[in-house]
Write a protein that binds this ligand. Structure first.
Ligand SMILES: [Zn+2]
Length: 416
């Protein structure tokens, strides 16, 4: 590619480096919702919004938002957003990239004195990761009008409720419902995010268009056998709960390999009593199943549970399942997908489509307005890790694609 880098790209990369220094844990990137680091991040990012000529405000949920007006003031807005909170010991780009890319798009439009037939609203959500409180997507749900006030009673590990943390931050928890956007005021929602997976790197493409955000179902499984002496109970007489779970883990893997797009993970196993000379009598394990759509997820869950029951019955152990978190698939809007494809092709790249296995702020917007996501290649597919890495060239391609997208986006095509 001979196109020179956009002026906004280098600045965005420098800002991502600067934002990475704002942390609750020195030496690591840890920025939890409503923490001291969140406050400092709000100050830093708001300063960049002002440098870009915007007038940022912080809402009752702790989101920063600012509007770049369209051809006339007060037009419905395209929201470009992501989050500035992080997991513990995070990387630089998860979330932050999408916020600062939104800002860079606006800066580039302002530099060229371009006004669009809609406003652009850039938002930095305060809580996507859900690390501090039991709930997640607090910021995006508030803006999308899907905030559940019962989340305010959730407590962090020090026993502080979200309600008290918001108040201590100088925010009014009871005003959160009022930050919701009205359907007619929003044209659509766009989020740039690192892929957090290896698909784009393997395809040698910088950008991918997200087709949908995966359907998820989680369980906690408890397998009960019979504990006994590791020396005196002959193999034929055992009901070893851990040996049964070993077969179950492989059954999960086998069933998830049944079709493309399915994933199944056993992430935690605890065997009791947990001694070197005792046959495990009881084992608890977690199960995380995801699929591109709800029908595929229901089918995967049915196959996995049948396989687990078969192992339990054959081995004479009992299986108890507790259903946990469940999230329906969130499809990205077809018109946003095709507008992103046109934008990517205009840069000479392939409009690769892929599924998001991870949840994102974008999910909260699906019912409010047409929603779409763009994924950026990240090194080794690594995320939630200080080794997260992207290239400046890829970041520049992403900004160019986002600019091409906003320049050609027809709001009428989205509402039709
Ligand atoms: Zn993220």
């Amino acid at each position: 590619m001979t196109r020179p880098n956009l002026p906004a790209t280098t600045r965005m990369m420098e800002r991502l480096d600067a934002l990475a220094l704002v942390t609750d844990e020195p030496g690591k990137i840890t920025r939890l919702y409503l923490s001291d680091a969140h406050r400092r991040a709000i100050d830093l990012v708001s300063g960049w919004f002002r440098e870009a000529g915007l007038n940022p405000a912080v809402d009752a949920a702790g989101n920063i938002h600012a509007r770049f007006e369209g051809r006339e003031p007060g037009l419905p807005a395209l929201i470009i957003a992501s989050h500035i909170d992080s997991v513990r010991d995070a990387g630089k780009y998860d979330g932050n990239l999408g916020v600062l890319a939104g800002l860079a798009v606006v800066e580039e439009l302002a530099r060229l004195n371009e006004r669009l037939p809609f406003a652009v609203e850039v938002i930095a959500f305060g809580d996507e990761e859900g690390v501090r409180f039991p709930d997640t997507l607090t910021g995006s749900r508030a803006i999308a009008g899907r905030f559940d006030p019962s989340a305010l009673d959730g407590r962090d590990r020090d026993g502080v409720s979200m309600r008290d943390a918001l108040a201590a931050f100088g925010l009014d928890p009871d005003s959160i419902p009022s930050v919701a956007r009205q359907p007619g005021s929003v044209v659509g929602y766009l989020e740039l995010h690192i892929e957090q997976g290896p698909v784009l790197e393997a395809a040698d493409e910088p950008l991918g268009i997200v087709t949908s955000i995966a359907s998820i179902q989680r369980f906690t499984a408890i397998v009960t056998g019979e504990a006994g002496h590791a020396g005196t109970v002959p193999m034929a007489y055992r009901k070893d709960a851990l040996a049964a779970v070993a077969e179950m883990v492989l059954a999960v893997e086998r069933e998830a390999r049944h079709a493309p797009g399915l994933v199944g993970t056993v992430g935690r196993i605890e065997a009791a009593p947990g001694a070197i000379n005792v046959i495990p009598g009881s084992v608890t394990f977690t199960l995380d199943l995801r699929a591109p759509d709800d029908a595929a997820r229901h089918a995967l869950v049915a196959r996995v549970l049948a396989a687990l029951e078969e192992v339990a019955a054959r081995r004479g152990v009992t299986l108890a399942l507790e259903a946990g978190y469940e999230e329906q698939a969130t499809p990205c809007h077809p018109a946003i997908q095709s507008a992103l494809a046109t934008a990517i092709e205009s840069l000479g790249h392939k409009p690769l489509r892929l599924l998001s296995g991870a949840g994102h702020d974008a999910m909260a917007f699906e019912k409010l307005c047409p929603m779409g996501m763009l994924f950026l290649r990240c090194k080794g597919g690594i995320s939630h890790n200080p080794l997260e890495s992207i290239t400046e060239a890829d970041a520049d391609t992403a900004l160019a694609a986002m600019l091409a997208f906003v320049r050609t986006l027809d709001p009428a095509a989205l509402s039709g």
